[in-house]
Design a protein around this ligand. Structure first.
Ligand SMILES: Cc1cc2nc3c(=O)[nH]c(=O)nc-3n(C[C@H](O)[C@H](O)[C@H](O)COP(=O)(O)OP(=O)(O)OC[C@H]3O[C@@H](n4cnc5c(N)ncnc54)[C@H](O)[C@@H]3O)c2cc1C
Length: 339
């Protein structure tokens, strides 16, 4: 006998968990399928926009509040304080478990350690079981099987490489250097008992050395001790082509909703998960928050294309960013634009 659900969600990252919570809250019969045995861990630096509180998420999970930033450009260090917290930092496992706890308040079925490979228009096949759905949500990240099923290509994606260093640090730092990072950037993101140090860039930067080697060389130059560090890498899909395909929806990185310019995607994943759930609950719902995300993303991705086409402008772009931080009004606008 096939099992039937109103909605099957593939992937229990921020997008899938947000959708599961919203659908569960409205008493929909939901199955959330996750390939990993534990919900939460994901290659990510863990910077989250405090804007998530506007969407019903509380901040009652362990996190660090970032109110200042150090921006490193060749030969110069810029210390910038921000009037209000512009970012919180959370371990992705802790954040995933926080979201899971919220989902568990409702009657949502969850399958972990279950890798979905086969999808059809009204069912998935999982370990020879046929699971039928009225709606399917692809929340399965940058290498999405749902996106593949829909025949959508992913040509625009970011490459990343980061080390988890077993040391604590105080400062949130960004690094701009055209020769090293192209249009991308480096980061040092402090967590409670480790620090992520890494770099990201849009595919097609054509820098001479591959990202893995460059990241190692950069860490050596910064005198970061890589003994005991673990390395990780994962793509970031920012190739947006749509989010609704009849009864199949894409959210977060599966939809390519991350920013090409910053690589930031957690906020967009959470909010798109919520919005898609609302659309399933009420098909007339207009999804205004997805429209907002797409507007901001359009500006980010166009700016990235401009910089990629005119590489001589990258330094100028960094100078403009830094000069904006000298004025309180412009600094706020910049934070709103980027995060
Ligand atoms: C190095 C790096 C650093 C980053 N730093 C930041 C940052 O600081 N701030 C920020 O906002 N964004 C950051 N991002 C981007 C951010 O991680 C993603 O945008 C965000 O995780 C997207 O959420 P999601 O729910 O769409 O997908 P994901 O978080 O990728 O979740 C997808 C889930 O689906 C599961 N899954 C995948 N395929 C299947 C399958 N076939 N069957 C079952 N389950 C499946 C996966 O196991 C995973 O749990 C970073 C990304 C990288 C690579």
């Amino acid at each position: 006998m096939p099992v039937e659900y109103d909605t099957v969600i593939i992937g229990a990252g921020p997008a899938g968990l947000a959708a599961a919570e919203e659908l569960g809250r409205h008493s929909k019969k939901v199955l959330l399928v996750e390939k990993n045995s534990r919900i939460g861990p994901k290659v990510c630096a863990g910077g989250i926009s405090p804007g998530i509180t506007k969407h019903g998420f509380s901040l009652d999970f362990p996190h660090r509040v970032i109110t200042s930033i150090i921006i490193n450009t060749p030969g110069k260090i810029h210390r910038i304080s921000l009037p209000e917290p512009f970012l919180i930092i959370a371990d992705r496992e802790i954040f995933g478990q926080y979201q899971l706890k919220r989902v568990l308040r409702y009657d949502v079925d969850i399958l972990t350690g279950a890798f979905v490979k086969k999808i059809a228009s009204n069912h998935i096949i999982l370990d020879d079981r046929r699971i039928e759905f009225k709606y399917l949500i692809g929340a399965d990240g940058s290498v999405s099987v749902v996106r593949k099923h829909l025949g959508l290509k992913t040509q625009k994606y970011g490459l990343t490489y980061q080390y988890r260093l077993p040391v604590t640090s105080e400062f949130f730092q960004l690094f701009f250097d055209r020769r090293f990072f192209g249009t991308g950037y480096g980061w040092s993101v402090p967590h409670d008992n480790y620090t992520f140090t890494g770099m990201g860039e849009a595919r097609g930067e054509h820098l001479k050395v591959n990202i893995k080697q460059r990241c190692r060389e950069w860490c050596n130059r910064q005198s970061y001790d890589l003994a005991g560090a673990t390395a990780e890498a994962w793509p970031i899909n920012y190739d947006y082509r749509g989010w609704q395909y009849d009864n199949i929806f894409l959210t977060g990185d599966a939809a390519g909703l991350a920013s090409g310019l910053t690589g930031i995607g957690i906020y967009n994943a959470l909010v798109s998960g919520l919005e898609v759930a609302r659309k399933i609950i009420n098909p007339d719902y207009a999804c205004p928050e997805i429209k907002k995300i797409l507007r901001q993303k359009k500006y980010h991705d166009r700016l990235l294309e401009l910089l990629q086409a005119h590489r001589g402008m990258i330094n100028l772009y960094h100078r403009i960013l830094l000069s904006m931080t000298g004025n309180a009004f412009l600094k706020k606008k910049l934070v709103d634009f980027l995060f």
